[in-house]
Design a protein around this ligand. Structure first.
Ligand code: ATP
Ligand code: PRP
Ligand code: MG
Length: 395
């Protein structure tokens, strides 16, 4: 018999228990809620308050209202020429003037996901960890669709960590942790986590049977040293917080790699007018911007007998093929009264990491006057993510 029990360390407004279950049955969970709900005055703005959610005509995008994702999300949208216009930082509704009929709602990341599930939002940008934790992906339910899975910020991982000291000193893998004789039904492994769905699911899937869970709102890394827990499941990025609290990650202990994602409600995509078009536009802009972020445009002059001969020289170098081969144009000059092209200008896109290598290769084949500029957007043919979304929707 396994023990998977969840109690709260702090802020005991919600108690959350589960009864012991066999490993094949889902854990029945009972919630006891003992808090009062207070409507936030700022959330009651004069937008559609008299309409049922299904009756609204506007498309709604949920963005993180606070925390480390908030600014980065606004910056990313701005870089895609989708600046969010918020008349007052305390107002939770805003607009993106570039996209008509779109309302932006600022919410806590977990509420963005909950509201996507409930149909009160249509699109959202949050961390993948939050989508997996709160997105009801739980019962094989595919209400939410990840439209863009790597927005290139908010990188972190959800990881199990244990103390470096005491009985854990020589434990370096999940397998070793599971095999420790200390864990029994009477004295289970105590894990503190804010991820009360993903944490227990991971432990169960990995055969850790005698485990009990508790949760807190922050500073989880203190729980082992305080004697409240043996291990924690929390987000890690640089690893500094773990290190400073004498904790370590172990082999096999990464539950999820996360970064910011664009997520949509399947129902909205299929049923609400305008959602699919707005999703397409956002996806195109995001892809074009993110793709460009990794590249420079490089131009150089090269002496040659013809455009083909110059192109041949450029293509002989592995780092100079660009996105679709080089653009080669004649540079005309007047000599002895007649116009001739002795030089050619070449334009290529080069991955940022390969810049110096590319410049050296250009020089080697006779390139001079090399100019390097940042790229803002690369709009390619229809993005694979769009095709994937349509096929996911059966369209
Ligand atoms: N250390 C980190 N490094 C990078 N990204 C992180 C880190 N911690 C969290 N994130 C990402 O940022 C998201 C928001 O985290 P943030 O800490 O801002 O909010 P929160 O922890 O839910 O709120 P709060 O800390 O105010 O209770 C997370 O869901 C995750 O995707
Ligand atoms: O690996 P690191 O770079 O040290 O980051 C990890 C820390 O970042 C997050 O906490 P956050 O700063 O969001 O504070 P919180 O505990 O209040 O959420 C997370 O909960 C870890 O504590
Ligand atoms: Mg945090």
């Amino acid at each position: 018999m396994s023990v998977v029990r969840t109690t709260f360390l702090q802020c005991p407004s919600i108690s959350h228990f589960s009864t012991p279950s066999s490993s094949t049955n889902p854990v029945p969970v009972k919630f006891t809620v003992s808090c009062c709900l207070v409507a936030s005055p700022a959330a009651v703005v004069n937008v559609n308050v008299d309409k049922k959610p299904s009756e609204r005509n506007e498309v709604r995008l949920g963005l993180p209202s606070k925390g480390r994702m908030a600014t980065d999300t606004l910056d990313l949208l701005k870089d895609c020429q989708l600046s969010v216009r918020q008349s007052n930082p305390r107002q939770y509704v805003a607009e993106i003037p570039q996209i008509s009929n779109l309302e932006v709602w600022f919410q806590r990341p977990k509420d963005v996901v909950r509201k996507l599930v409930s149909g009160d939002l249509d699109l959202g940008i949050v961390g993948l960890d939050i989508v997996q934790e709160y997105g009801q992906v739980r019962n094989g339910n595919d209400d939410l669709i990840i439209v863009h899975d790597s927005l290139d910020y908010g990188d972190c991982r959800l990881s199990l960590a244990i103390p470096k000291y005491g009985i854990f000193e020589n434990i370096n893998s999940l397998k070793e942790l599971a095999q420790m004789p200390q864990w029994t039904p009477e004295r289970p492994l105590r894990v503190a986590t804010g991820f009360t769905y993903l944490g227990p699911k991971f432990m169960k899937e990995n055969g850790l049977n005698y485990v009990t869970f508790s949760t807190a709102d922050g500073a989880l890394e203190a729980a082992p040293a305080m004697g409240i827990a043996d291990a924690i499941v929390d987000l890690v990025s640089s690893g500094t917080t773990l290190r400073e609290n004498n904790l370590k990650e172990i082999e096999g202990g990464v539950i999820l790699e996360s970064q910011a994602v664009l997520v949509a409600s399947r129902k909205s995509l299929m049923q609400r007018k305008g959602v699919l078009d707005i999703t397409h536009e956002m996806l195109e802009r995001l892809e074009a911007h993110l793709r460009a972020g990794g590249q420079f445009t490089v131009t150089a002059n090269m002496r040659g007998s013809s455009a083909e001969e110059v192109a041949d020289r450029v293509l002989s170098q592995p780092s100079l093929s660009g996105l679709q081969g080089p653009t080669v144009s004649p540079v005309f000059s007047k000599r002895n009264g007649s116009v001739a092209a002795d030089y050619y200008a070449i334009v290529i896109c080069v991955p940022k990491q390969a810049l110096y290598k590319s410049v050296k290769q250009l020089r080697m084949i006779g390139g001079s006057g090399v100019l390097v500029s940042p790229l803002t957007y690369i709009f390619d043919e229809e993005t694979p993510r769009w095709r994937q979304l349509l096929s996911n929707l059966g369209l």
